[in-house]
Design a protein around this ligand. Structure first.
Ligand SMILES: CC(=O)N[C@H]1[C@@H](OP(=O)(O)OP(=O)(O)OC[C@H]2O[C@@H](n3ccc(=O)[nH]c3=O)[C@H](O)[C@@H]2O)O[C@H](CO)[C@@H](O)[C@@H]1O[C@H](C)C(=O)N[C@@H](C)C(=O)N[C@H](CCC(=O)O)C(=O)O
Ligand SMILES: Nc1ncnc2c1ncn2[C@@H]1O[C@H](COP(=O)(O)OP(=O)(O)OP(=O)(O)O)[C@@H](O)[C@H]1O
Length: 497
């Protein structure tokens, strides 16, 4: 596509300049000046540290045919003979250019967008699973990976940036997918990463404290999440948790014809459950939906997973999947890596070890409450908090772990560039004086200690890192997997090493 055609519909860039570059073919889009090569268009995004637009000269020196930059970057370093074009709203410009370059895949695929503080990964996996079982080719994009039949790539962000997102959607479409299910983070919505996408279904799970290093307060966080339900994005149905206070607010702000509410216990919701029977390996009951009711058995434990199930069932029912088929395949759902994942090296194992991605106050509380019925002995919770992120959740997580677990082992998560001891001190500040936690800064030692000290019947919950196979110490990413450390400790415990 020629640059002139690509920029034709882009808002906020005024009259296109008369420059020979306008007739050049754009080979690729790059938002990092260092990645630019011959024929690329450089889109210099203003960031938190620098305005990428300031690097336009280096991008053009590397072969970029032109650069789209902020008015501030253009003013600071005005182009002379080069083609550097100022755009008033870089977020919009980047999203519009990316969508046009890849020929609007986000409007051709049937998109399901899932937002909320917790439950996005679990629910999107459930939706992907149910669509596959209904023989519908589906792509999945989220915290863990982007994948579809024959393709899998580890994710860097929960929701990719606009250029990468549009590229992946185009590839998903070309690979024959009809649907794409994606986690849409509040960062993505605030930064316009999904502009140009139209969602046939948008799901909202809940809003509890997280990311308050990025959003100014809960209202700002909620406003970002609520963007997904604007008519710019949502063309079909909203599926919203009416048990959540923010979910309720969202429902009242929308046209009721567009909404299906869900609630585990409230029979006035569009999707709800009755006759619940909690079993050691899951839950059974009756599910009530706008398409009728059906008996079900789910292998997922915890009340929150019933919410995730209702959300997923609502989404696929709207997309035309048969309710009886849904109920028949739910029992075989294989689960999600790092979410309530059991580490078991032998059936003789006398303690249970569970790895879970709970890394917010709400998810930690949910995990501890969900696991309790399955642990006859003491519940030992090994957890920490990430560095360079929302500090205010640390004492809250400390309090929750100390009060709900029998033994709290406070350790490191991903300290990043913060002093790990300072993060521990923030967590400990929330623990009441009457409770005496174990504090072991090194996560591997903390896991080993917890597993070796557990008595038969006890349960060790390793919270916070879930599927992650790394730990970020300073700016270095080292290999670290809770599941591997847990297996080693279990082997040691059984005298195998
Ligand atoms: C807060 C946030 O989202 N930050 C993102 C932002 O970083 P930044 O603003 O600091 O970038 P910057 O360093 O100022 O650079 C600005 C621009 O200049 C460009 N640049 C910079 C230097 C140079 O020499 N040349 C150049 O072109 C950069 O490529 C960039 O596009 O732009 C960077 C490059 O595009 C992102 O990597 C970075 O994501 C950071 C790493 C991040 O971790 N974001 C997280 C918080 C995030 O998005 N998380 C959500 C939610 C997860 C959840 O729900 O748990 C997600 O969707 O993953
Ligand atoms: N609906 C829910 N409500 C509250 N907590 C949940 C819910 N679903 C899962 N959890 C808990 O939150 C953790 C994270 O779940 P999941 O990965 O599905 O959420 P997420 O929204 O993708 O999280 P993130 O954005 O941090 O990647 C789980 O390990 C579990 O402990």
């Amino acid at each position: 596509m020629k640059l002139r055609e690509l920029l034709a519909g882009v808002e906020g860039i005024g009259q296109l300049p008369e420059h020979s570059a306008m007739d050049a073919l754009v080979k690729g889009l790059k938002t990092n000046s260092h990645a630019c090569g011959v024929g690329d268009l450089f889109i210099g995004m203003p960031g938190t540290r620098v305005d990428g637009g300031e690097f336009w000269q280096s991008a053009i020196a590397s072969g970029a045919i032109a650069a789209i930059i902020s008015p501030q970057a253009a003013e600071k370093n005005p182009p002379t003979s080069e083609c550097a074009i100022a755009a008033k709203d870089m977020t919009k410009a980047c999203a519009q250019i990316a969508a046009a370059f890849y020929n609007y895949p986000g409007q051709k695929l049937k998109l399901v967008g899932m937002t909320g503080t917790n439950g996005k990964t679990t629910t999107t996996h459930l939706i992907e699973y149910l669509l596959h079982k209904a023989n519908k080719n589906t792509a999945l994009m989220g915290t863990l990976y982007t994948r579809w039949a024959g393709f899998e790539q580890t994710a860097v962000h929960t929701t990719p940036f606009a250029v990468e997102l549009q590229q992946q959607l185009a590839e998903a479409l070309n690979a024959g997918n009809e649907f794409a299910v994606m986690e849409v983070s509040s960062h993505a919505l605030a930064q316009g990463r999904v502009m140009g996408c139209q969602f046939e279904v948008a799901v909202f799970s809940n809003l509890t404290q997280d990311h308050l290093d990025y959003h100014t307060d809960m209202e700002d966080y909620f406003a970002a999440k609520a963007l997904l339900f604007n008519s710019d994005y949502l063309t079909g149905r909203a599926i919203i948790n009416s048990d959540d206070v923010y979910g309720k607010r969202l429902i009242t702000s929308l046209n009721s014809d567009k909404v299906w509410s869900y609630s585990v216990n409230d029979s006035t919701a569009d999707l709800w459950m009755s006759d619940l029977n909690y079993e050691p390996n899951g839950v059974s009951g009756t599910m009530h939906t706008p398409k009728g009711k059906v008996a079900f058995r789910s292998p997922l434990v915890g009340q929150y997973n019933l919410e995730n199930l209702l959300a997923a069932v609502g989404a696929v029912l709207h997309l035309g999947v048969d309710l009886q088929l849904i109920a028949s395949v739910i029992p075989e759902f294989p689960g999600v890596p790092g979410r309530m994942e059991r580490v078991q090296i032998t059936s003789e194992q006398e303690i249970s070890v569970i790895v879970d991605y709970a890394h917010t106050p709400d998810s930690l509380e949910n995990l501890l409450k969900a696991a309790r019925p399955f642990i006859p002995g003491k519940m030992i919770c090994v957890f920490g908090c990430g560095g360079d992120r929302d500090r205010t959740k640390r004492p809250k997580m400390g309090k929750i772990a100390a009060e709900l677990a029998d033994v709290a082992v406070v350790t490191s998560d991903n300290p990043r560039t913060e002093d790990p001891e300072r993060i521990l001190a923030d967590v400990l500040a929330g623990i009441p004086d009457t409770i005496n936690p174990t504090v072991i800064c090194d996560r591997a030692t903390a896991i080993r200690t917890a597993i070796l000290q557990a008595q038969p019947g006890d349960g060790v919950l390793l919270a916070g890192k879930g599927h992650e196979d790394y730990q970020i110490l300073g700016t270095e990413k080292i290999h670290f997997d809770d599941r591997e450390h847990a297996k080693d400790a279990l082997e040691e415990r059984m005298g195998n090493r």
